[in-house]
Design a protein around this ligand. Structure first.
Ligand code: ATP
Ligand code: MG
Length: 559
């Protein structure tokens, strides 16, 4: 499924208004956007927002969206990230068609443009080191100081820059800078660095280069080369916009893209900075980039979130220009909304306690019919077995029932979902007082409905599975990785806020039909939430299920 058209058009937003006007006025005849990740990590849910905006606008206006790797820093970039980014964009349901691009494809052109600036007296080779450059730059309130190397001749600059390219100088000894204005109130315009020396091979262009352009020198020009009409980025680039335009004004670029900024996505109960995600992986706090508790797209995918739910979430949060926090429960709600419609139901007992029906024959097994979806008969049904020994959930029994508890206690009655009414007649406990086994009887007249043979109505309905053919599985109950809404707020190390119960692994008893489930199918385990097999760890005969999301938002009600 790689169509950009499978989702409806997005609601109106300021970017749509701008594009609409540009198309009406004839400024552009079609819209071209791009999603420009740097391949230095895995994509996360924040990137999904940018992907949905860029590919969504192209879809809505009948234009196109490029996937562009902004690969100007080989020290941090790897093929592994390139591959994973492509997978994640495709997984979200978007297709760049022919338009897979790399900023590094333009390295020769960018180099020629740097030479062009030198010829015009608008760039120079700097010998000051990083600390000196920083010290000369000035502050927000004080202008910078001009470097003594700023007045080098064009010839000397050309010579040095060419020698930088040929690898003559060690890393960090020189840079090429634009000659703009050291007194500019915008620090980005105080002679920004254009090129640095880096004797590091590049994942896409190999070891052809010993100097690499800075992001700012590559980005806008690459937009121009690709014919991007609307270059959409997050707000932190707003102060770089005058520089973006300075390059377009001062270079013979083939087109004139324009930059627009939107507010990045901030999500509660998680962290999204690449550095922090990397740290969590490296310290082994999570199992890898695809740990189902992470906000990475590989993590979300492995957990069982659907691309449709993520796209729907991105539509609901909208596109604005003011920074805001989005509650992760909105994302969870989008997942529930989709799975409630699409997930077949099944029964699984997560905290199994054996219930023995003393008045049921030992070797009898009865077939009961269970529909796969309560509102969708077209989804069919399945056969479940009713036997003398069944598993029920420990939470469905209370030795001393509290007020309003309509499930089992000794003497209590309950309806088994799709099965009979059972009555509990005895409990066997160990020395510590833990329930080991329950005994009871079934009411043969109660297979249909919720009335006992003598006409009494039973209030509680519980899920269960036959102990004769249940399958044992490991179930991983995922919860939020942090136990505060903003672990990133500073002051204290974000790792202090890790939720120690963010994953709890339990042995569960599943209905027999789940033995042949596949990892693509997401189920609703009745009363328990949405689950699916872990695509990495689950094996036939050794099933592992992930909890994708609970049935209800337990965080806003309990905590
Ligand atoms: P860094 O630049 O620190 O490596 P980044 O998260 O900005 O990290 P990029 O690869 O530069 O990563 O991001 C690609 C695109 O995704 C950029 O256009 C960026 O603005 C956008 N993006 C990144 N994070 C978010 C976010 N939280 N919300 C929306 N868009 C985002
Ligand atoms: Mg970035």
């Amino acid at each position: 499924m790689t169509s950009n058209e499978q989702s409806s058009t997005t609601p109106n937003n300021f970017l749509k208004t701008i594009i609409d006007e540009d198309l009406k006025s004839g400024k552009h005849s079609s819209v071209v956007t791009r999603f420009p990740p740097e391949p230095n990590g895995y994509l996360h849910i924040g990137h999904a927002k940018s992907i949905c905006i860029n590919f969504g606008l192209a879809r809505d206006f009948g234009g196109r969206c490029h996937l562009r790797f902004d690969d100007t820093n080989p020290a941090k970039e790897e093929q592994e990230y390139i591959d994973s980014i492509k997978d994640s964009v495709r997984w979200l349901g978007f297709d760049w068609g022919e338009h897979l691009h790399y900023a590094s494809d333009n390295f020769e052109q960018l180099f020629q443009w740097a030479i062009f600036l030198i010829h015009k007296g608008k760039a120079y080779v700097e010998d000051l080191n990083v600390e000196q450059i920083r010290a000369y730059r000035g502050t927000l309130t004080e202008p910078g100081t001009e470097s003594p190397f700023r007045s080098r001749s064009i010839e000397e600059n050309l010579d040095l820059f060419n020698r930088m390219r040929s690898g003559e100088f060690p890393d960090g000894t020189r840079v090429l800078r634009a000659k703009i204005d050291m007194a500019s109130p915008n620090i980005s315009l105080r002679d920004p660095v254009l090129y640095r020396i880096l004797h590091t091979p590049h994942p896409h262009v190999g070891d052809a280069w010993k100097i690499y352009p800075m992001y700012d020198f590559a980005h806008g020009q690459t937009d121009a080369i690709e014919g991007i009409t609307h270059s959409i980025c997050t707000l932190e680039f707003e102060s770089h916009k005058p520089l973006y335009e300075w390059f377009l004004d001062n270079l013979p670029v083939p087109a004139r893209p324009r930059q627009y900024e939107f507010a990045r996505l901030n999500l509660t109960y998680t962290v999204m900075s690449k550095r922090k995600l990397q740290e969590l992986v490296q310290l082994g706090i999570v199992s890898g980039w695809d740990d189902p508790r992470l906000p990475t797209l590989v993590g979300i995918k492995r957990r069982g979130y659907t691309p449709g739910a993520v796209r729907n979430f991105c539509e609901q949060i909208g596109v604005g220009r003011s920074d805001s926090w989005i509650d992760v429960s909105l994302l969870e709600e989008c997942v529930r909304a989709e799975l409630n419609e699409s997930a077949p139901r099944a029964m699984a007992v997560l905290r199994p306690v054996k219930f023995i029906i003393d008045n049921y024959p030992v070797d009898q097994a009865e077939e009961l019919h269970a529909p796969n979806h309560p509102q969708k008969p077209e989804m069919g049904g399945r056969i479940i077995q009713f036997t003398r020994e069944i598993w029920i959930d420990a939470d469905d029994f209370m030795e001393v029932p509290s007020k309003g508890f309509y499930r089992l206690s000794v003497g209590g009655e309950v309806k088994l979902r799709f099965g009979y009414i059972i009555k509990c007649t005895g409990v066997i406990m160990n020395e510590q007082g833990a329930v080991m086994e329950l005994h009871g009887e079934y009411d043969p007249a109660s297979r249909e409905g919720i009335h006992t043979a003598d006409g009494r109505k039973v209030k509680g309905v519980i899920h269960w599975v036959s102990a004769h053919n249940a399958v044992t599985a490991e179930v991983r109950l995922f919860d939020r990785l942090f136990n505060v809404p903003n672990p990133d707020k500073g002051g204290i190390d974000y790792k202090e806020y890790l939720n120690p119960l963010s994953v709890v692994s339990i042995p569960a008893q599943l209905e027999a039909s789940l033995a042949s489930s596949d990892s693509e199918t997401r189920y609703q385990f009745e009363r328990m939430g949405y689950f699916r097999q872990d695509p990495k760890d689950s094996l036939p005969g050794k099933l592992v299920f992930n909890r994708i999301v609970t049935l209800r938002d337990v965080w806003s009600t309990n905590k």
